[in-house]
Write a protein that binds this ligand. Sequence first.
Ligand code: NIG
Ligand code: FE
Length: 402
Amino acid sequence: MQTLILTHATLAAMDPSGPWLLSDAAIVLKADRILWSGPMADLPPEHREAESRPLDGRLVTPALIDAHTHIVHAGHRAGEFEARLEGASYEEIARAGGGILSTVRATRAASEDDLVAQALPRVDALLAEGVGTLEVKSGYGLDHDTELRMLRAARRIGEERPVTVRTSFLGAHAVPPEFKGHPDAYLDEVCLPALRAAHSEGLVDAVDGFCEGIAFTPGQIARLFDEARALGLPVKLHAEQLSHLGGAQLAARHGALSADHLEYATDDDAKAMAASGTVATLLPGAFYTLKERQAPPVAAFRDQGVPMVVATDCNPGSSPLSSLLLAMNMACTLFGLTVQESWLGATAHAARALGLSDRGSIAPGQRADLALWDAESPAELVYRLGQRPLHARIHGGQWCRS
Ligand code: NIG
Ligand code: FE
């Protein structure tokens, strides 16, 4: 198997055991793995003869990981954006049958091919800024066939583009109109059977839910999580986004990979998440779009040592955002993360939110998923708005155009 050495790199490895930034670095790749990385002067003699590519000082980071998206969906909700500008709230729009349910109508009417075709431009925007792993949720079907169709479309994205897709079953995203007022019946008759069917088709990597006044109660989410456990699937949860309902602690009690949003989370929630190893996924695109006032308790997460993740939440309602670099900028500007925290949130910590231990940092044995940038430092990439200085991306050892 061929060995390739990237030389004269500026390395931001996102590996806590090494330096934050290393100039004049080399990275040795073999097949789809990283074999070695470090100062060029320390390059082991056995690699010195291998094919090398000089990077002329370019910055190299792990490929980015977007750990929370609803990128597969049909249509858009620009009209709701205008309604919110005139004063309507996200919850009012949802209770009037718009919001998530408006995208459910469009998604139910779309074929699998349509869903893939509509998602790809958004996916391509993420890949063009260095994303190599993408989480994709269902949750705009809310019926058996459409939930499975969304997940098949998500899997196809991973076949049509050089990106790893991890799916989350989000059947408990909203109560569909045909079960209005009967969330438990929806869970028993549609959501849980659809989860079992999707799992038996190999379509589910994790199970997610929305714990909120306009969605499901903690008790209902607990039933979903019990089913996930019976199927051997990890869980995660949209929790404490618009109000505090106890979702974060429920997620922690179930050993969730992540709790997401968390604007209304408390210090006790952070403690419970630290104890269970549940990471905090921050979604500043939704905070910004909904003009939220309360920021998530970043200081408590820091104090408790809860790893923070930053993701786009790319969806047609609360976060029509397909730029992870912009999400990182917003996490710094709106939530007070440091540049380093925002980078760990889109690399090493994001891998944890997906239960992946083979990526997110540049270290021996990790997947060769790298982003090569026309930039001098990680800070430069977070500070610029709307520029995509990606030079190239390497996915599983393969050189990609984006
Ligand atoms: O993550 N919070 C719930 N779900 C999505 C919003 C989905 C939508 O509005 O279509 C979110 O923000
Ligand atoms: Fe979401």
